[in-house]
Design a protein around this ligand. Sequence first.
Ligand SMILES: [Zn+2]
Length: 404
Amino acid sequence: MKKLYDENAYAREFDAVVTAVAEGDDGASVWLTLDATLFFPEEGGQSPDRGTIDGRTVTDVQITDGEVRHRVNIDPDGAGALYRTGMTVHGIIDWEYRYRNMQMHTGEHIFSGLVHSLYGYDNVGFHLSDRTATMDYNGKLTEQQLLKLEERVNRIITENRAVQAWYPAPGELEILSYRSKKAIDGAVRLVEIDGVDLCACCAPHVKVTGEVGCFKLIGWENYKGGVRVSYRCGFRAMEDYGERLALLSKLSQTLSVKTEDLCATVEKLRDERKRLAYELVAKDRAIVRSLIAETAAAETGERAEDGRIAGPCVLFLEAADSSLLRYAVDELKACYAGVVCALLPVEGNALSWRYLIEQDGGDVSAWQQLLRERFGAKGGGPKNSVQGSVTAEETALRSALASL
Ligand SMILES: [Zn+2]
């Protein structure tokens, strides 16, 4: 099988003869093996080329034992009948996607070549798809080193150095010193960036470094004792830049401030939000205290020895901040010696409540049992303190709890 992408990385269309057809396991695709292809398969961490064969979408391209297989979407009714061995097909690759991968991949070689020559680390992982673009190295790099590398890569891009790929003649390989991620079976293909890098690689590349356009670091993190670097090159860097500008402009419109004032504004908003949250809690607590004072003032029943009201107390709260349950129950226990129960509505559901029932040194399990049996409440806890959630009308809960 001829790898046409090896011979000319810039070709976009090709004719080839079908050498094998296998039905896909989904009934809506076939795997085609051809005598030649421009489709670069999923290999070396790079996602496969996209495109069409005879106008039908190619959804996957895999290589096994040197044979490239193309998964082609077909009409389920025509499965198997469309393609047969010996017929000629016409393939077109998605050039925009391929060219972006070529820019990204050549950018990776320049960066990895520099990492190797300057710091002696190897590129031990590479992932390139439309979602991710990362390079892994088996040694740590500081921010300063990474930024210096970025600057040097961009300099090499502007120097428009030649990029060449070839299969070395017998005997040539032994005398060359080249980077390689793994032991390679079969013929080794070398990619050389003039004066910068020599690396074994199977992927299509641009022919001069100027075509990489630009190289931008996106981020880095410690990874398996080394570093994982995210980056963008060329058109993908431009697209990324565009997305970030759009995001900044949307943020500054939303907040009605200039882009350069965004950080200060967001910090101010964060601090203000914190202050308001504290204020809200303080106000909610004040409301809880006055509600309890009002309820206690209306009590005419017996008093315990310590002066607290003897009877139980059930309190329905209005606020949605669940931390108020604990606060309300503690405040209630200061006024009531009996069982105290606070219920708080769950936000967005008028029939749903969270509850906390306590009596210091007492037993509130009968309350939990009633809520479970009558209303299917879910919850539990030790016998002097139970909490949970229940779904019921407030009036129904009030009358049920009053019976205890
Ligand atoms: Zn490569």
